[in-house]
Write a protein that binds this ligand. Sequence first.
Ligand code: AMP
Length: 444
Amino acid sequence: MHKTFEDFKFNKQILNAIAEAGYTTPTPIQQKAITPILAGQDVMGIAQTGTGKTAAYVLPIVMNLKYAQGNDPRALVLSPTRELAMQIEEQVRLFAKYTDLRTTVLYGGLGPKTQIAALDAGTDIIVSTPGRFLDLYLAGHINLKQLKVMVMDEADKMMDMGFISKIHRVLEIVPRKRQNLLFSATMSELVHKIAGDFLAFPTIVEVAPQATPAATVSQRLFKVPNIKTKINLLQHLLKDDSELHRLIVFCKTKVSADNVYHFLLRKYGEEGVRVIHANKGQNTRINSINAFRDGDVRILVATDVAARGLDISDVSHVINFDIPIVIEDYVHRIGRTGRAYKTGVAISFCSPAEEYYVNKVEKLIRQTIPIMEIPEGVVIEKTGIEEKQAIAKEIDAQKRKENPDFKGAFHEKKAANLKKNNTKKASARKPTLKKAGTKAKRYR
Ligand code: AMP
């Protein structure tokens, strides 16, 4: 049965906030998760970003807490990254707008003074990254006695980022009797383990099987021989600014992101493009994200790590300048477009060395990505010697990974050279070469 937001018996304040946010129908994860969360059950939600999972837990939490009470937090949401923490906080504020509930967001990377002042002023809901939360708790700024509900969002990312021991420390300090909610895009072994430590008899709700990209995203693939041609293709696609009006260009490394960014910067200037990766300062990153989200900047170049948890809706296109090395990141990347009920396009550029990863992606998503012809007008550059070698080496390494007995072209060449050198060396050796205690050996 399809539920409306009214069916959940939310109060007037919340229904007004939902209407103001422009939500008309609950998304599938909201359909399934809101009722058990309202009822106080532990819930494990398997849902990717873009499915509306944040509101699926924020709405019932706001409803259950109702109004400000005392000074100590009654809800705690843990997030792997500060960007996600900020977005969750934004949603809490959105839905708590007509209540007097107080929200505090905590994350590292900047001084704790303002955050401590906010905690001291009294709070009902804390949204935090694990490290900063523990620091402020250990420094005595947080009293957890009143905590009623705890959420772990993007649990898979938390595990990937090595937060497991921090999470266990948090579990030691929170009251035993509480409601627990865990959300994760995938169910890895580690997520399974942390779920076992965290949840008691959970209700499991799942939307879309694991690692299935949203049906609202149309995917395309270009086979491109080298980086220079990738740049030409990117430039060509960007000419269509009526269709590609808001896009994220994903790169697999900081170096690649910087290269693409500098190229685009020369063409479009600071007003047209920004870059986010781990080497950028916290403030620069936030400024760039805000400028992009507000529509002031058309293009955002990002690495996977920097973009983790980023909630930017209404992105028309995702361009994978490189295929991600961590295959699951493909699903996260293209989830930036076609969010909620909007549609989007994800375009991937694939070099010969990346076909291996595309195959893995296709297996994971159980779909074949349609291949497109490189449009006329895009200059196909010759692959330089260095890049050619790098590609051959990479392909060899991939073949060896699949088949440990494989002796690649590279290996064979190397082996042949080695043999040649050894023979040379051997013949150069003097026949009377002696090692202590061994008989002289004659080489003919
Ligand atoms: P999330 O999966 O929580 O990151 O949400 C993805 C996007 O969908 C966010 O921009 C939300 O504001 C939006 N959203 C969430 N629920 C709904 C809904 N019921 N109707 C329309 N948009 C929604």
